[in-house]
Design a binder for this molecule. Structure first.
Ligand SMILES: [Mg+2]
Length: 281
């Protein structure tokens, strides 16, 4: 592997020290699975199963995060089998499909559909206070699971209330990484969109991660890189890995380590598992 800087090498060493609390996030196409002309004919690298199982024994969890539907990635990657082996060893493999809209795990062995966006619950907790302050406590709040709608039509002057609420809801939503969708006497608050960065944030929160490694190869991985950078700024040991090919280089400048394709990614993960084990011994 090729560290892009001495700082990258230090980051790797720091991550090895917290390997047991580290989450390893992995893109699928171009990272675990070589790029092929026909995406339906893609296949995970033949060594991936063995490497992931080995790595799982040394880290907190492994998450494959892909734009593909979860079912397709499970099948193309033989990941159900790998997940079962990891689960049997008392560890966890996650698979997030469609940029996080779908979730599968080796404990809960079925694909679960869209989940409420990060930030929605905390937005809803702050909402009543905002409504009271704007003299709109009687507004009807409709919880739509993936979003929340605030209706002003039951208020004395629905249009004035709407005009009063909209900018305030907009800024509260923004503080929770949500966006507003204004309608007729209704403001719907929903996710700004799903992307891999939100998956990274949610995993760290849910699993109380003490470190994060993310490997990707493409523009769809940029938000995950951003999220990991933010974790690093908060002091978490992190490592960004770019699986470089001859054609795509968007992530090279952002990465701590550049490796060559899935072969290189797996070599790095194998190394990480070995170094973590040695350190513990
Ligand atoms: Mg990819």
């Amino acid at each position: 592997m090729e560290f892009t800087s001495a700082a990258g090498e230090q980051k790797y060493a720091a991550l090895v020290r917290v390997a047991a609390e580290t989450i390893v996030g992995l893109d699928f196409d171009g990272t675990l699975s070589p790029i092929v002309d026909d995406p339906a004919a893609a296949h995970i690298h033949p060594d991936a199963g063995e490497v992931l199982l080995e790595l799982a024994s040394q880290v907190a969890a492994i998450a494959v995060i892909t734009g593909r539907p979860a079912r397709a990635a499970l099948d193309l990657g033989g990941l159900e089998e790998v997940g079962n082996a990891i689960g049997d060893a008392g560890k966890e493999l996650y698979l997030f499909g469609q940029y996080g809209n779908e979730r599968w795990s080796s404990t809960n062995r079925r694909v679960i559909g869209p989940r409420p966006p990060v930030g929605l619950a905390s937005f809803e907790r702050e909402l009543p206070r905002l409504l009271r302050r704007l003299d709109a406590a009687a507004a009807h709040v409709e919880d739509k699971v993936l979003s929340v709608a605030i209706h002003t039509r039951r208020l004395p002057d629905p249009e004035a209330a709407f005009a009063r609420l909209l900018p305030e809801l907009e800024s509260l939503a923004a503080r929770h990484d949500l966006v507003v969708e204004p309608g007729r006497n209704v403001v719907e608050v929903r996710s700004a969109g799903v992307h891999k960065g939100l998956v990274v944030e949610r995993l760290v929160e849910d699993l109380h991660a003490g470190g994060f490694l993310f490997a990707g190869d493409d523009l769809g991985d940029l938000e995950a890189f951003d999220a990991v950078d933010a974790l690093a700024k908060d002091g978490l040991p992190t490592l960004l890995v770019c699986s470089a090919s001859d054609e795509e280089s968007a992530l090279v400048a952002r990465a701590d380590v550049v490796v060559h394709g899935p072969e290189g990614v797996l070599a790095l993960l194998r190394q990480l598992a070995a170094d973590a084990r040695d350190l513990r011994a």
